[in-house]
Design a binder for this molecule. Sequence first.
Ligand code: FES
Ligand SMILES: [Fe+2]
Length: 439
Amino acid sequence: MLSHEQNESLVRVGPGTSMGDLFRLYWIPFYPGSALTPDGQPKRVKLLGEDLVAFRDSEGRPGLIANACPHRGAPLMFGRNEECGLRCVYHGWKFGVDGKVTDMPAEPAESGLKETVRAKTYSCRERNGVLWTYMGPDQDNPPPLPQIEWNLVPDENVFVSFRVQECNWLQALEGEIDSAHAPILHGRIDNKGAISDWVASKDLSPRFECKEQPFGMSIASRRSIGDDTSYWRVNQFLLPFWTLVPPQSKFPELSGHAWVPMDDETTLCLMFSYTPAGPLYPRMRELLAEGHKGRETGHASQNCYAPKPSTTPYADFWTRFSPDTGYGFDYNSQRDTWFSGMPGLWVQDAACQTGVVPIVDRTQEYLSASDMGIVRTRRLLLKSLAAYHDRGETPASVQDPETFMVRSISLHLPSQASWTEDGAAFMRAELGSDFGYAP
Ligand code: FES
Ligand SMILES: [Fe+2]
């Protein structure tokens, strides 16, 4: 449970807010590079409560510019993207990716106004097919891009998807560091007889341990397998909005999310899945892209998108699974197929994370033993806010991109072993190296 003030300080993301300022210290992945073509249609973007437009100029340079034209506020998303700049359709002012004005056709040539106006823009970088932006105060001296493994491995090793979720970033993130929900929410009950048998067949109450790390927080859950073995799954939280999920399944891959706040009530969910030392199994890539027998996996499938008009932020990344459509909930399937009655992994997560209001009132919770990771992560966030705002201290990961070279793990260990010691080597990401154990 948090106080109202604590909750507010974590959920508000706009300019000048406590958490908004912390987010603005970091590079933010914000768009698939392939969705922007040179001189192609500009795309409406919303990040940290700011209305923006993404475009790629004639020379292929990505730009992120305030949607409101600095002249008299016409939307630059209607702009003509041509000859190395975005031209406002109202009076024709034209801007480069750096925000400088290159033309003012309705202005007398001698006015000199062109030199004094600058549109608001943010630095952009592109790496391995993903566009990143830095929205911090010092646009001329951004920190290094984070060395985060999914964005450094070869193309054939990774699958990335984007989708919009209609809730605050923190409740989305909290869903992915909470591994107690996984066997319950994502359970299948077909052919399992009575529901009580199904529940009894699983260890549904893992024990949690957490460890603060230079990158954020490790959240470990332990399930006993017989008397002498423990199964540890360690999720990672990386400041400011990253989660990493441990591998499992026959063809194990690492995965995780950036939970990027569009505004206080909407989140851009960037999901990545990758194999560290070789190409993703073709079947796995196909499943992630297409779903499985009409159901969603952890990724938004290419069939699930329900695009909005291009004036809506991230218009192409809204899906047909939303509060408005009831997430495809089907009571009959809850009786005989899915524990939740909802079709597929991310849909189940999104329905529960989104909850009944876009910003959860954390003064009204009953936190339980399985919420330890959430409690510790909130505490870490509040501590980081205080350190930054009271003492001007930025988290280590802002300036040290290596801090992000970390993996989540799933390990079988002897009961007496320590996951922090025996798991430490496997939690370090080394480019090109395999898991180092059999997940
Ligand atoms: S409002 Fe954009 S040029 Fe006038
Ligand atoms: Fe989940």
